[in-house]
Design a protein around this ligand. Sequence first.
Ligand SMILES: Cc1cc2nc3c(=O)[nH]c(=O)nc-3n(C[C@H](O)[C@H](O)[C@H](O)COP(=O)(O)OP(=O)(O)OC[C@H]3O[C@@H](n4cnc5c(N)ncnc54)[C@H](O)[C@@H]3O)c2cc1C
Length: 1006
Amino acid sequence: MRTTCIAFLVGALAVVPSIGGGIVEPETTVPLIQDVDVLVIGGTCGAVAAAEGAAQSGAKVFLATPGLCLGEDVAGTLRVWAEPDEIGSSDLMGRLFAPAGQEVAPATSRIYTTPLRVKKALDTTLLKAGVRFLTGAYATDVLSDASGLPAGAVLCDRSGRQAVRAKVIIDATARGRLARLAGAEFTPFPGGAYSVSRVVIAGSAPECGGTVTRHDEWRPDKDVVQLSSKTTITPGLYECVFPLPFADGGPRAFAEAEQAARDRTFTATQLDAADRVCFIPPDHVKSASPCAKERATADELNLGALRPAGIGGVYVLGPLADVPRPLAAELARPGFAIRVGARLGRQAAADAKSRTITGEIRRAGREGHGAAADVREVRGTLTQPFVAATGTIPCEARELPVLDEVDVIVAGGGTTGAPAAIGATRHGLRTVVVEQLHELGGVQTAGMICGYYYGNRRGFTTEIDEGVAATGKVKSQSKAEWYRRTIREGKGSIWFGSMVVGAWLEGTRLRGVIVATPDGTRGVIRAKAVIDASGNADVAAAAGEPTEFYHPEELIGQGVGMAVIRLGAGGHNNDFALIDDTDASDLCFFGLRTRLMTEGGWDVSQLVNSRERRRLVGVFQVSALDYLTARTFPDTIIQHRSRFDLHGSPSHDFFYTKNIRTANHVTLEANGPYRSLLPKTTDGLLVVGLGMSATRDAMAIMRMQPDLQNQGYAAACAVQLALARGCELRDIPVRELQRQLVDKGILPESVLGEEDSYPLPDAVLKLASHDVMMGYGGLPFLFADPQRAKPLLLAKYEELSTHSSGRDPEVSLIYAHVLAMLGDPVGVDELIAWVATHGWDDKWPADSGARVNRMESYVLALGRAGSTKAVPAILAKGQELCDGKKSVSASRCRALGLASVTLGDPALAGMLASLLDQPGIAGHAIRLADPIPPVPGYDSRSNYSQQEKMEVAREVNLAAALYRLGDHDGKARAILDAYAEDPRGFCANYARRILLDPAGRGTSPR
Ligand SMILES: Cc1cc2nc3c(=O)[nH]c(=O)nc-3n(C[C@H](O)[C@H](O)[C@H](O)COP(=O)(O)OP(=O)(O)OC[C@H]3O[C@@H](n4cnc5c(N)ncnc54)[C@H](O)[C@@H]3O)c2cc1C
């Protein structure tokens, strides 16, 4: 039997009151990234078929979708089935349902697929058709040409905003916002209750208050289910149909409906659930050629019904077509939508041929009330493969709608944000959580990192754990649900599929954030305070606060992955790439690449699991040396606890001086001061989670889930204190906050009496300058205050000669080494002598399993000391690696590259060029083409591979070092040029920085 979800009006509801006057956004410009014939907005199967159809007809096509992957109509709704007659309706339909490498046989009963198979089939379709596409991009505005006709759209994403010039727009989104902005008329959306359907995969039927149908024919492959020994669930696919109230057709009403649907369909044995409800809207576009027939085949449907009356160059694709609602329900099914989409794509290509865009294009303004406000947004970049046009497009001043007004906005409802939102609602604050995904919990739920690793499991974390255990059997699901339910119980609002994309300030005070909603509305949420829990300091960066991500000296990063989801799995850790989370194209490409190289499993997560992201440089920046010296603060609000879990190379020279193997295996505690959440100038903002103000080395200890959960809760307490006292967040009585956190069990009582243990007492530094001779004891203290440490070390170094038993060469070498690392050349002769007479593999005395190799450390130190006397020794050491007998390892290249750059002698360039000539060192840049090369060593079960990360960093860093020394026959330039066009934004953006500013090593301390 064919199931469709036909809307029916159950009863009228009041319309949501208007929130008040808009905010006038000043005029600006956005970069033009594409100039195409056809722009498709949305990632449905029909949208992809339209893009393919247009491309096959010779049109230049670009597709952008707010979703983080394609296939929202099938993978996003989990309506992963097709009727027998649908399967053979198109090649694409066959591919959506065919297991890898197989053809779909003609079926006599319903046939099922997986979300991953659907996404991969759509990805591959666009790749093969040569259609570039960008996920996570909201189309928020229409561009118009000199004659006022639609001429493209403005996109809004992690990289800021970009313009796409297009002769024809196909709006395949659920609400047709671009078509509306272009002037299309729609029938009204009467407030009322409408029938929706939501699919849940669970061990028992949800009680949704409507009808629940179990799909008995659905039999998941063994590989898509992975229940633990403790969990016994027989997965069933349940289709729940029930009425839901919609206040109107606006984004708030849809956000609330999505929550209400989850309220009604969660069950304790849930293994997965749809991102979106399936809903046939009551409203539709008004066309000049409406279709009156309730039934028609996809080939019979008059395409005029998709074209808004009186507007050229725009189509809607999907249930918003001007067709009777039963036929609209057909348009929501993939088989029908693909055939209509393909026809529409061909039509759009033909239309584009006869259309000329006249004059300059711009985003027209809208009437504003009053003066322009201080609206800010991030301006990032996209990698070259996603940018095929140049220039900028003017955007006139216009009014942004105010979408809501609350006490607190939590930007990002992940590991830290969801607890922050709960904390805020518990304090009675009107709270809204804006979350890009369709569930809460971030890395720990959507990212499938469901288990703790260290962290202090106390305070609010204990409450979370008890709540989650009582909510359901599968942690990824029950944690997301417990967060959601608890926020709802506290009357908080949750906006899924929505992204915070900017900040609205008055002077230095943040008044609210700019949000893009799933339908493409770009508006303002006013708030008294904002907790930036994006894990990427998105709000802080938009507000103009200083942030950091790339290390100025080298391409260095902490491992990133993406989880493969198997139903019921307890988690899936991963680390196989390096990503720049501020680059929308990097995130898009990484998702695409991961899906394409993943065989098996139910799905691939929509969240990029990055350990290291853009971080605030706030009032106080926590460093690794703070916790290595057990620094206390007067404003500690969290005690973070972990082993040194960096997943990559550290960056501070401390870690390249001392063998940190011990530190690597010891559990360390880091005090987290409240000031590390505070931006330098913006008021009304706290930055939590991975975006907080801490160095990348410090994050290895600070980022554990139990601690970030408590941190989110603590941030909410701080907001409540500030609002209750009417003071700025930076002026709250911190001891009072600490007292609350002690009472909550988050902090021990002892912190209440603590003060800053810095500046370090003279006696401590003196002791450290002595202890360093014994296996580098006390080293963190010396590195923590190098200005005061250096004279003490120099005195000790001098003293060695006066020792009764003579100068101990090993001890002398230690002082020479540490002083060199701190920039003092006093002992370089000793170091040069050692380097000249020892091999790359020589070990530290009495030390096994060192993390940093002795020769590498000395080579680096010779560079840091800055004495040109070291050049011949470094040259000789590098040339030793070019004889083919020794491993040209990444860490050796790192030491040679960094030392060469800091010494700055062009005589070293030839040696670096020779290293790049060694087998396997160069040639690792890739292109965005079909097929996309998989990550070497990637395995969708274990999901760990270090090879590509190492190869790319080694090649880029050697090339960057060579380029900074003036290059050698254009070798470095050629390599950096190749990487600048690489779709992997992390290396492309770094290569571009070096090419633009080779000397720009920045000033950031190590
Ligand atoms: C692969 C991996 C393995 C790990 N393993 C462990 C482990 O075993 N145990 C452990 O304790 N810790 C582990 N960690 C560390 C820990 O999981 C993370 O440090 C932590 O989850 C980060 O929390 P967060 O709140 O900063 O970010 P997230 O959990 O990612 O939350 C950020 C949320 O904000 C949303 N968002 C981002 N930008 C916006 C925006 N502009 N608008 C709206 N929404 C937005 C995102 O969708 C996301 O939901 C691991 C981390 C990774 C990446």
